[in-house]
Design a protein around this ligand. Structure first.
Ligand code: 5GP
Length: 210
């Protein structure tokens, strides 16, 4: 009997404000990827749709599901739980579909530990000043919070990005969508150890006092 080829599990993370949500949304509209919908204990934001944006559940329910081993990975991020439901991901991969997780870096590294074939892609901005412009432009965070996120980007996140498999730069939306698609299909692209992209962002961020 001919065994069906398993799908690719692509994990996408990136600096806060880099635009990963917009890019991933466009990617799954254009190509037949299965996008995992996470469970979270945070409140819905205006415009978000229950069971499309997230499965919104209580802390109690979340902890019950942790106990039942229902999550592929989960983490606590700024005071709320976020987790990837295991059954959806496993089923789609078995069916041969490529699956996308858009999760933060702590969860991404847990995915890799459990499922080493996962492809970890980190999205970066063209420059740190552009990232700041996007974060300020989004208008959802105070000046203090923007400064905190930028500092986190040039310190903790920069180091985590170095252990991802590939880097994708979100400079032009169209180019970024197509590059991501190409990466997932071929597993080829810019490896953190083979480019100076992160070093340049880090130096720029430090020079700007981030
Ligand atoms: P937000 O509250 O802004 O929607 O998400 C906050 C962060 O949690 C983002 O970086 C997002 O990618 C991440 N996130 C969303 N779902 C999950 C998940 O299931 N697991 C993990 N580890 N992170 C998640």
């Amino acid at each position: 009997m001919c065994e069906r080829k398993k799908g690719t599990l692509a994990v996408i993370s990136g600096f806060s404000g880099v635009g990963k949500g917009t890019i991933v949304e466009a990617l799954v509209r254009r190509y037949p990827y299965a996008l995992s919908v996470s469970a979270t204990t945070r409140d819905p934001r205006p415009g978000e749709i229950p069971d499309v944006s997230y499965h919104y559940i209580t802390r109690e329910d979340f902890e019950e599901r942790i106990a039942k081993n229902d999550f592929f990975e989960y983490t606590e991020y700024v005071g709320n739980y976020y987790g990837t439901p295991k059954s959806f991901v496993m089923q789609k991969l078995e069916e041969g579909q490529d699956v996308i997780l858009e999760i933060e870096s702590d969860g991404a590294l847990k995915v890799r530990a459990q499922y080493p074939e996962a492809l970890l892609i980190y999205m970066i901005p063209p420059t740190m000043s552009e990232l700041k412009r996007r974060l300020v432009g989004r208008g959802t965070e105070s000046e203090e919070k923007v400064a905190k996120r930028l500092h986190q980007a040039v310190t903790i996140e920069m180091e985590r990005a170095r252990v991802y498999d590939l880097l994708v730069v979100n400079e032009d939306k169209e180019a970024c969508i197509e590059e991501l698609h190409h990466m997932i299909q071929t597993r080829e692209g810019k490896k953190p150890s083979e480019t100076d992209l992160l070093d340049k962002l880090e130096a720029e961020g430090k020079a700007l006092g981030m």
